[in-house]
Design a protein around this ligand. Sequence first.
Ligand code: SAH
Length: 275
Amino acid sequence: MTKALNVSDGDAGAAAPLITFEVVTLFPELFDGFLSASLLGRAVAGGLIAVERTNPRDFAPGKHRSVDDTPYGGGPGMILRVEPFAAALAHIEAQRGPARKILMSPQGALLDQQKVQALSRLGRIVLVCGRYEGFDERVGSVLCDEELSIGDYVLAGGELGALVVIEAVARLLPGVLGCGQSIEDESFSHGRLEYPQWTRPLTFQDRTVPAVLLSGNHQQIASWRRQEALRRTAARRPDLLARHPPNEAERALLEAQGESPPGLEKGAPKGEAKP
Ligand code: SAH
């Protein structure tokens, strides 16, 4: 009935996963590839996270195990019925305990990094995925704790949304990212986009890495990166600056720059190194 994707079963002494995701989906096989390779594959194989999959069709009544029906009031498409989802959620709770129940929906609150951070502090999260024209209203209002959207567009199902939540949350957990990778400075973590980065070669099609990054002066590099992060955020995401207002030093910097010049990555950055 349910498929587990962790390897800690029967492994005496293995630590419990940091988070268990319970995905309720009509297409559990959609998760196979994503959960078996790269970062998530390693997190699952290492027992840091567990992903259980439950198919509401297994809980639908009748020979045809039908999970959908036509909408009251008429209209196109099929609506997911409440009972199979209620039974699937009851099964999950009875088998493995309570969890925060999140309905994937384009009408939910928009997922952002702050929400991802909050979710990373939970031990068990249920992600309920829709299909077709969506859910009977009561799946959200009666069965779930909240509704979450991954963006202002409509997908064919909640599975990609669930994977987005799983990956964004998992990479914040200790031990999931490779050593040396940092979640400290990255985009959104302090209401700013990350500063621009370069690697070899020094020059590519006449574009050269900013000289300050070759200076070896770590203090100067850190302060240059803070400036660039601020400049880039002002140019590309003024909404982030409005929500996380600049401190005094940042405001002075922005004022000194006048209107923050956009498109830094295309032009020649200040202090460009000579090849
Ligand atoms: N008729 C619905 C859309 C249904 S799309 C409406 O207009 O609101 C089918 C399913 O895909 C949804 O039930 C939801 O689980 C998922 N889905 C679609 N877009 C999504 C989004 N932006 N974020 C999260 N889930 C989404």
